[in-house]
Design a protein around this ligand. Structure first.
Ligand code: PMP
Length: 357
């Protein structure tokens, strides 16, 4: 830390992203990317814009915003595109949180929520997940705080039904409820149908997972116009050109080729469920994932050892050395071939551990 760093950030613990190794080729099952490349039209549209990079991008991302709005039956004023969904989440913390408006979220969830709260000096409280990792939705009803819930949740993969999300939104009318739907396309239930009814609901989505654009950085929020105007004020006060030309074009192409991504999501769901069954056969506890990852734990190996052993064998998964989840790992669902290689390594490892132990 330099002597110039503001004291307001002195205690800030930055978010630690999953490894993006460059040293060797791994089967990469650690950051929930899609195993499938973007559709050819994405490359074509983005390449066209590459030749126009001397010009600033459209600060309103008009075309891709219109495409997203049309797709979800909203007006463009109910949609705000951002640089990944991380950015709309940060905008929401900035816009709606302060000392008098703290945030509430589960103790085990997307790690960036507490970083955004700390970054913006916003107090927060967490509510423990139940022992089975489910969200006790009643604990959020009438809580009188801003709330952020990933649905489905990460890294647990579990999903709340729409009726429970609605109860949380309905019983906190004077606070914003953010529903982070980064993984909804893999089997979750969206809160979108509630937008017309509740002015305190913000739904966030991303192009990073089901739409194969993690490296482009594109996400968006949806809510009633007044809420989206506030987020737009924050955007125009930080970085009006937050989405570059190539990314906006890539997003537009991805919306035009929705069927390709839906098909990929169906493939990932089938691979996920098959892999979960195989892992259960190998003595793993596996949650009922509605996402593109599996949350797993075995009684024959610790979470840390599973992560290290697989890394040594060329397979990257995610492990957190944190209370409650130290014995669990998160495994992104890759292609069928990748998951077969993963299962083969796990089977071999189990044989070794049981023989030696
Ligand atoms: N929400 C959740 C629950 C996530 O897991 C992630 C990805 N790490 C994000 C939001 C942010 O994704 P992105 O910024 O790539 O849209």
């Amino acid at each position: 830390m330099s002597r110039f760093f503001s004291s307001k950030y002195a205690a800030l613990e930055a978010y630690v992203p999953g490894e993006q190794p460059r040293d060797q080729k791994y089967i990469k099952l650690n950051t929930n990317e899609s195993p499938f490349p973007p559709s050819p039209k994405v490359t074509e549209y983005a390449a066209r814009e590459a030749g126009r990079l001397q010009l600033y991008s459209d600060p309103d991302s008009t075309e891709v915003t219109r495409a997203v709005a049309e797709h979800f039956g909203l007006s463009p004023r109910q949609v705000l595109l951002t640089n990944g969904s991380d950015e709309i989440l940060n905008f929401a913390f900035m816009a709606f949180g302060d000392a008098e408006h703290p945030f509430l979220f589960p103790d085990i969830t997307y790690g960036f929520y507490e970083v955004f709260a700390d970054l913006n000096g916003i107090p927060y409280e967490t509510i423990p997940l139940r022992e089975d990792w489910s969200i006790d939705y009643k604990a959020y009803c009438g809580a009188g705080k801003n709330i952020v819930i990933a649905n489905p949740n990460a890294p647990t993969g579990l999903s709340l039904p729409l009726c429970e999300i609605e109860e949380i939104v309905r019983t906190n009318p004077d606070h914003v409820v953010i529903v982070d739907e980064a993984y909804v396309d893999f089997g979750g239930e969206s809160a979108l149908p509630l937008i017309e009814k509740y002015d305190n609901l913000l739904v966030t989505r991303t192009f990073s997972k089901s739409r194969s654009l993690a490296g482009a950085r594109l996400g968006w929020g949806m809510g009633q116009e007044s809420l989206m105007q506030d987020l737009n004020t924050i955007k125009y006060s930080t970085n009006p050109y937050n989405i570059n030309r190539m990314t906006a074009a890539a997003g537009l192409a991805a919306m035009e080729e929705n069927e390709y991504y839906l098909q990929n999501a169906r493939t990932i769901i089938a691979t996920r469920d098959r892999t979960a069954d195989a892992l259960r056969q190998l003595g793993f506890a596996v949650t009922d994932s509605r996402t593109n990852f599996l949350f797993v734990s075995a009684d024959w190996i610790s979470g840390g050892d599973l992560y290290r052993e697989l890394k040594a064998r060329g397979i990257l998964i995610r492990h957190w050395d944190k209370p409650r989840i130290g014995n669990w790992c998160r495994v992104t669902v890759g292609t069928d071939e990748e998951m077969d290689a993963f299962l083969a390594q796990v089977t071999q490892l189990r044989k070794e551990v049981l023989t030696n132990g």
